[in-house]
Design a protein around this ligand. Structure first.
Ligand SMILES: *[C@@H]1O[C@H](CO)[C@@H](O)[C@H](O)[C@H]1NC(C)=O
Ligand SMILES: *[C@@H]1O[C@H](CO)[C@@H](O)[C@H](O)[C@H]1NC(C)=O
Length: 309
């Protein structure tokens, strides 16, 4: 294993940011204003790297990142159709700080494209960062989420896609949009295969904030949201009085659907495509405005290639 030149890595990653952002578009949606779309960052290939080493006194050596392959998380069924699953504790604090350290210099204003042109728009006011796919903490999280998918992805055929971070500060938001492409994308491996984002993971890395819920206006829960939040799962059973810090993890939104509170380490998973490969419009969602603080999340978009058999 080798320690890699930091400037080179940062340079390659910055180039990836400049090349980023393809295709997103905005179309009118009656009653809900705008639909927009998140494009992929192109992530350049470069040699496998270890995380940057730092010592306590400044900037030299720290233990390299070790992936906890025994890490356990807990899933909770939110909606059956479309499938939405809440994942508690998907990403560990160690993974979060490692990923943030890698991504910090890579953030740039988020964009969408409208009528074929790339725009900074009031529909999406956050910053984004493409994540190097070979960063050890990124590899670790991609491995865990890939395993979650099981046979939904076919080995050596489908792929996880380049992950990206999005960061919101006070007042920032992302109006309603969907994650899938209207027209499947052509593979960049020289073949004519096409792919689409079959599902999405939206994992919260930083949630020192108020506001900033993720709102799915068309989602219907299998049951009313629990008022107990995480407390429901601590010690297995609810006993006695509800603690004052209990907060629901999601709620029924006054305009319909469900709104999920950002909680660092937890994630939402949903399936974007119908069985026939077309996009499920009920997965449209919005990042509601952040009132104060900072929210950072990781987007992971598994790619399923056609043909679908
Ligand atoms: C695909 O399936 C969905 C859900 O069953 C349906 O609404 C849609 O019309 C289908 N699209 C095509 C092109 O068959
Ligand atoms: C969290 O946010 C509050 C309000 O924005 C701020 O005062 C506080 O310092 C933040 N805490 C951390 C740990 O960042």
């Amino acid at each position: 294993m080798a320690v890699i030149n930091r400037a080179k890595v940062a340079g390659a990653a910055a180039a990836a940011v400049v090349l980023a952002f393809n295709i997103p578009f905005l179309t009118d949606l009656p009653s809900l204003r705008l639909t927009s779309f998140i494009g992929d960052f192109l992530i350049l290939d470069y040699p496998f790297t270890l995380p940057f080493f730092r010592s306590h006194d400044g900037s030299h050596v720290e233990d390299p990142f070790i992936c906890d392959t025994q890490h356990t998380y807990r899933t909770e069924l939110v909606s059956l159709d479309p499938l939405i699953i809440y994942i508690h504790n998907l990403i560990t604090p160690v993974e979060i700080s490692s990923i943030l350290r890698t991504a910090e210099p890579l953030f740039a204003p988020s964009q969408v494209t409208k009528n074929g042109r790339q725009l900074h728009t009031s529909d999406r006011t956050s910053s984004s960062a493409g994540l190097p796919r070979d960063d050890p903490a990124v590899v670790c999280v991609l491995g865990r989420t890939r395993n979650f998918l099981g046979t939904m992805l076919r080995n050596d055929y489908d792929e996880m896609g380049p992950p990206q971070l999005v960061r919101y500060s006070a007042g920032q938001r992302f109006n309603i949009h969907h994650d899938w492409y209207d027209t499947p994308r052509v593979a960049n491996d020289g073949t004519s295969r096409r792919w689409n984002r079959i599902a999405s993971f939206f994992a919260i890395l930083e949630s020192n904030c108020t506001g900033g819920e993720t709102h799915f206006p068309f989602a219907k829960g299998v049951a009313p949201p629990s008022p107990w939040g995480e407390e429901q799962w601590q010690g297995g059973q609810i006993q006695g009085e509800m603690k004052t810090e209990s907060q629901p993890l999601w709620r029924e939104h006054e305009d319909g659907g469900l709104a999920f509170r950002p909680v660092a380490g937890n994630a939402l998973f949903w399936v974007n495509l119908h069985a026939n490969g077309s996009g499920d419009t009920r997965t449209k969602h919005a990042g509601l405005p952040l009132l104060e603080g900072k929210k950072t999340a990781m987007n992971i978009w598994p790619r399923r290639y056609q043909p679908d058999d």
